[in-house]
Design a protein around this ligand. Structure first.
Ligand code: KG4
Ligand code: ZN
Length: 355
């Protein structure tokens, strides 16, 4: 058989997703299916993800999502070369559901089980649609993580900057909650910002003058909280705050990406165009995408963004990371334990809160 077909399972947060991705012997990648079922209805009344409810919802639906994914892909279980699943970082209950499902399937089919780091899934997601040379600079912006990582090659990652407190998606979600915009906040803020004035409010830009590419977003959320305390929350107010918040974020991202680029160039002496990949849920934000792309006019960089459905959590990116691992015989034993905390760069120091 010339093709590799991997089933990828994603259950680390509030999306249950199963996908089949195929790699032909000429290297062509094809997403045969990518079924994503969001748990929005389960969590919306709580303004955030409730771990216990998330785990239950994954366990109730994972078998059906898997059947849909197999049907859509038009492949048989015996056509699969391996089963990959997110094994961390993420909410433990969901990780247990996804990995046990994957291990059971792998053992019944007598194919390898592959434990995938969710962040590796995001880091490589762009390769589902683009051929991109290593090394590249990754800006990963999701609900749980915000970091700059140099992707030197597959399985070789060097984190050069990270958030010291909230992740960027978390800052969007918390700000949206303060404005009663619903969950998840990112898409709501983006929509509301379209009819707001981005220059109406000034928000702080923590760490902006520090000569590194670390972030801090918790002060920004507190500043929105202060503003909300003294104002009537009208539609116009929500839109102006959303637009001003997004503008502040875009300025922070541009400044810090410039710093990350300097560090990247110091590490890689070759002076060619630097490929910058922006991945994770927040990379779906069109305003932030186009603001970042203005850097292409002033610096020797080229931006790559996964298409919108591949920015937020999905099984296809896990299946793709599974293909890369399968080709290098990087399999895992069936007693592999899910890891709620699992940095992509093994040497990276944990930076949030007390250190
Ligand atoms: O990557 P992801 O699906 O899950 C994690 O790995 O965390 O990211 C989810 C995060 C949420 O915080 C959500 O509000 C944010 O991504 N997000 C957005 C947008 N779409 C999703 N943030 C800003 N603008 C968007 N359009
Ligand atoms: Zn994610």
């Amino acid at each position: 058989m010339n093709k590799i077909r991997i089933l990828g399972i994603e259950t680390s947060c509030d999306e249950t997703s199963v996908s089949v991705v195929e790699k032909s012997n000429n290297g062509k990648i094809k997403i045969l299916s990518n079924i994503v079922r969001s748990q929005l209805d389960v969590h919306k009344d709580f303004g955030g993800v409730v771990p216990e409810l998330a785990a239950r919802a994954h366990s109730e639906i994972i078998d059906k999502i898997c059947s849909f994914a197999m049907k859509k892909a038009k492949v048989k279980f015996h056509d699969l070369n391996a089963i990959a699943a997110t094994a961390g970082p993420g909410l433990l209950g969901g990780l247990i559901v996804g990995t046990i499902f994957a291990k059971t399937l792998a053992s019944a089919l007598k194919v390898p089980f592959i434990a995938v780091n969710h962040l590796e899934g995001h880091a490589l997601s762009v390769q589902l649609e683009n051929q991109i040379a290593y090394p590249y600079l990754l800006l990963l912006v999701s609900g749980g993580h915000t970091e700059f990582t140099v992707v030197k090659k597959f399985n070789n990652y060097k984190r050069i900057g990270t958030t010291l407190d909230d992740a960027l998606g978390e800052a969007f979600d918390k700000t949206a909650r303060l404005l009663n915009l619903g969950y998840p906040g990112g898409p709501q803020i983006e929509k509301c910002a379209l009819s707001g004035n981005p220059d109406k409010y000034q928000f702080p830009m923590p760490l902006i003058y520090e000569k590194n590419c670390d972030f801090s977003f918790s002060g920004l959320k507190s500043s929105v909280a202060q503003l909300v305390l003294n104002k009537k929350i009208t539609k116009k107010f929500k839109c102006d705050v959303s637009a001003s918040f997004q503008k502040t974020i875009s300025e922070i991202l541009i400044k810090k990406t410039q710093r990350a680029l300097d560090i990247f160039n110091e590490m890689n002496k070759k002076k060619s165009t630097v490929n910058i990949v922006v991945a994770g849920g927040v990379a779906a934000n069109k305003y932030l995408r186009s603001s970042l792309m203005t850097m292409e006019k002033t610096s020797n960089v080229k931006f790559f963004f996964p298409s919108l459905q591949l920015c937020t959590d999905n099984g296809a990116m896990i299946a793709y990371a599974g293909i890369e691992r399968y080709e290098k015989n990087l399999f895992n034993k069936l007693n592999f334990k899910p890891k709620p905390r699992w940095p992509l760069d093994k040497k990276a120091v944990f930076m949030k809160g007390k250190r």
